[in-house]
Design a protein around this ligand. Sequence first.
Ligand code: FAD
Ligand code: SIN
Length: 518
Amino acid sequence: MQKKVDFLVIGTGMAGLVYALKVAEHGSVCLLSKTTIDDTATSYAQGGIAAVMYSPDDYEKHITDTIKAGAGLNDEEIVRITITESTGRIKELIEWGTQFDKEKSGKYALAKEGGHSEYRILHHKDTTGYEIQRALSKKVREHKNIEVLENYFAIDLITEHHLGKMITRGTKDITCFGVYALNQKTDKVDTFLAKATLLATGGLGNIYQTTTNPIFATGDGVAMAYRAKAHVENLEFVQFHPTSLYVPGESPSFLITEAMRGAGAVLKTRSGEAFMKKYDERGDLATRDIVARAIDNEMKLSGDDYVYLDATHIEQNELLSHFPAIYAKCLSKGIDISKDMIPVVPAAHYSCGGVKTDENGQTSIHNLYAAGEAACTGLHGANRLASNSLLEAAVFSHRAARHAGAHFKKAGFRSGVPDWNDEGLVLNEEMILIAQSKKEVQSIMSNYVGIVRSELRLKRALDRLKIIYRETEDLYNKSLITEGICELRNMINVAYLIIRFAQDRKESIGLHYIVSYT
Ligand code: FAD
Ligand code: SIN
């Protein structure tokens, strides 16, 4: 099947939905999801969305906090754009039906998280992302110009490469004409041609053994863009969230929001010692890189598999009204958070790097935009400030939509794009090889490319990965396309990039902590 659409959007999280709603005013829109519309990391978001709402907060304070968290590697212009446009984007989310919690006075209730000097996190209890996703996906479903195709797995971006032109890294003037995507209901690969394509594929947490991310988060967008020779950036900066619920074998790991520390919860060793003040004067509300490393260190010192988060001194009413989902989840594991301390461990959570974009969400490939976690705008630098991710998605989807809406008519549909060729390929029966290789990638990344790195560990990771890469490319070239082989290939591509970026950065900074350079 070949389908033509003005705007193609890969991903139905916050980035994809905001963009779709806006470009739908200009033309036809098709959204692809590899699972279902609401199965997104956006739906998992707990703490909330950071924005400057009331005094004594102001834009300069939020800008300073963002740059301090990012260890100064942020693009200051992009930080300024994001923060100064935050209030407008929040108003829009509210107009679209998102309900943020309010105080009795009618003002929005604002929470605090690590690295923030003011209370500025808008939230909907501890299920903020679910509420945003609900409101946006309702509007998208109602829009007559938008079609949503679920269970469609985007495999590769279509560029001049598919028309027989030799493209190498560094080739200038590459153009994106659309995407090849696997219809998981028919097992056929369809061709989507578009005037503008947005990558909004989210994160890559599943290249690690323990992650807060939904299982689909395998870095597909970054891998696709890299294979198409787009610029990617900052991939060494993988953020580990300090506090995921310790339940061995459970995947994804359930997050215990940082807002709980904002409300007064304290990290303690298993022997009951509060330890964060030893590491940073901000204590439990230091930035995530510092808190995750401190927990890692305490676990290594004690040999324990977890530390505790103690919320037992917070009023039960506050726990129940602000954190009902966490309360219920912990109770289902036999932990009453008003009486018992919560066992927590760090887990891979967020990719600060991604497909390099400019202030309008444009990538280095013509007619290809990226937004949300798949993109690297320059906002986060070496470490993302808590709750700045949803904000970034809102701001740059809006900007990308504005730009694409103004320029898409010049693009047209590319003629002569061949259909996907799978002649002579056979269905790979060896699913066990794919499952096993995925586990090997996760093990390599967790053991050698985690919170603390060394040059030797990075080299070992690369050497091991190269073997899996060769085996997988061999299998890929012989097999009919399946989601499993595509995901594995993407995981290997992205793991490779993280290792190479980590090897190239000869300093410890933000989330990249390497013992050779401390
Ligand atoms: P997502 O919401 O992840 O959506 C990705 C979409 O891409 C999905 O629809 C998926 O199906 C689709 N997709 C991926 N690959 C393909 C493919 N190959 N083909 C077709 N479709 C594909 N951030 C905050 O700012 N505040 C928070 O409180 C917060 N809490 C969080 C809590 C948790 C547990 C997690 C995991 C993250 C949290 N984050 C938070 C981070 C934030 O939720 C994400 O960074 C953000 O939602 C990403 O949005 P997105 O639109 O880029 O991607
Ligand atoms: C959290 O609620 O702790 C997650 C916030 C984020 O990832 O920004």
